[in-house]
Design a protein around this ligand. Sequence first.
Ligand SMILES: Nc1ncnc2c1ncn2[C@@H]1O[C@H](COP(=O)(O)OP(=O)(O)OP(=O)(O)O)[C@@H](O)[C@H]1O
Length: 691
Amino acid sequence: MGMIDSAALFGRFDAFVAEGLLQRLGCAFARFIDTLGRTPPPVTLACAVLSELETRGHSCLFLSDLVASPCALLGWPQEHWVGLCEAAGGVPDSTEAWQVALAACDHVWVTGSADRNQPLVLDGERLYLRRYWRNETLVATAVAGRAARQRDIDVQQMRVWLDRLFVAGDAGAGSEPDWQKIACAIAMRSHLSIITGGPGTGKTYTVARLLVLLFALAEKPEAMRVALTAPTGKAATRLKQSIDAALDGLKDHGGDMPLPLPLSGGGAGVGAAYTLHSLLGARPDTRAFRHHAGNPLDIDVLIVDEASMVHLEMMAALLDALPPHAVVILLGDKDQLASVEAGAVLGDLCSGAEHGNYLKDTAGYIAAACGQTLPDAMLGSGDALAQQTVMLRKSRRFGGPVGVLASAINGGDASAASSCLRRAEDRVLSWIDAARQSDLLQLALEGRAGAEGGYHAYLRLLRNAPGTGRDAHEAWVREVLEAFEGFRLLCAVREGDWGVNGVNEAVESYFDAKGLVRRRGEWYVGRPVMITRNDASLGVSNGDIGIALPDPGRPDALRVYLLDGSRVFGVLPSRLPQVETAYATTVHKAQGSEFAHAVMVLPPDAGPVVTRELVYTGITRAKRHFTLVSPNAAVFDGAIARQTRRMTGLRMMLKMQAQAVAAPMPTEASRSKRSRASRASAPGQGEFDFG
Ligand SMILES: Nc1ncnc2c1ncn2[C@@H]1O[C@H](COP(=O)(O)OP(=O)(O)OP(=O)(O)O)[C@@H](O)[C@H]1O
């Protein structure tokens, strides 16, 4: 096929870009493949679709979807797709025909055949950009291998410790097993495990006990190095605080036999918590990290919190940088929004966690290690990863309405969710339906009946700046920051009057008009901002919240103050890389944070991003009160019906890996042979990397 066909196709792509249906990147990628020469137009078309899917969080393109037309996936009008196919001179009409067409193209590597480092990879019916294929392969191999590789543990000794750490009766109702205790026992036996559960189900509570257990059974506890990490600075700080609090609570648990508490400070211990970027050693202007397989992290135990936010590339980098002996625990809520970037790693890894699928062997181990009996319904034939995955099921924080609402949403029950929200008697929940902007402003200023406050406390504190004294200033700054953290407006979208930008502008103008803040230019006393880019030299990370306040040294100048744990520090506004006003943030950006009162703002028209996972994530940000604000009630029901589907090949790859690493359990010798082999077959570093 000649140039004319491609030219017609690119003409169409340009029109798609102009209409906002295709990102420039997709068009540029297709053009790049075309310039490599001898690219049949249908392959060029598949490249544009693939690249567009990847900008929307998918890691690959399933050819069967391409046959069924990608209109449903991409929201392209049917006639546009027909036009594209015509411009490409017709496209294959079955998955098999697509496979043949792609395999015939020089720029596609068909897995299993000789690898010439082509930019595209065809693995079965999945088409990938090489980078994504490599990352999925790496994650699947590392996860399946680590989950299957058992540790040597003294089960009897562990049982003694577990019985001390988990007091019978704490587990809750009736015959339900103590999933927290089970999670600890499971995590002890191999090199990777996952503890998933909704908010407040005790993931941190459990992992604090697991740390004690690891120290108690370690050969050299004084030399054990534990790293705590999370995708954002805020989540990392919260993890550290909760673990410290949980360990603190265990101090009196020891009785005659003191617990080997891994407290910070002297020798053995749990140090600071890091963002994944800083743990791995991010370097400016490159995607490569300082730590990788050739320079692994110097750690023995790694706890990763908020794992649902970890995207595919980051998970691959993290697993690649782990020393083989390290024990890794992933914590997270599988039902939350997937990462902004491509992949749905935690969701993929935990698929089926509700059903357990534990082997008889696992049930026997659990009985011996912690005296718990698994219900028959939890038995099955899951792979090694399923044996290492535990779902915590009982919410300890929200016995009440927020928890009931969150589980109704999770179960897709819109009418139960609506009636929870509308049942006003306890005032924990509220729904302002057919809302106007004035309702939102009122909420922002004063809260609502039963959940008074809004930003009132923070605005009041702004007026009470101390006259002199650094200590008084610092105490005041901390109070302002903490008051601000009690309340947040969470928007589903960015644009429009009900999106983050519009709501921030409206709230800022309203507070200014009322004389509560004095907006003078971009920066003013009290301006809350969210940092939107990491800057290691300033000690700020993406998602951190700061507030502009007077600098005690130079009262006419402002600094943006932030909290790092309990430490207050200030940065000159001009030095901050990128910020946005933060009276309202997106639900995505609020992941990893919680507020006493969270208000979720839905837009008047449902778009594809307003999904069940988004609503669930928004609601579970609320610690005490939740308010839904929607100008159009139908959008809420629509969101609950719309579940995100991320196209990835990770589950399939895990299945293949599970077959590859199936029993017998590998020995040390066969393991190092295998890891050498898998490294040899992995593509090199200098490979094509687009976008
Ligand atoms: N078995 C238990 N017995 C008593 N209290 C518990 C138990 N498990 C958890 N809690 C308490 O419940 C609260 C929530 O627990 P935790 O913070 O560990 O949950 P989480 O799942 O980590 O929450 P998040 O989703 O916010 O990260 C804490 O106050 C914790 O002390």
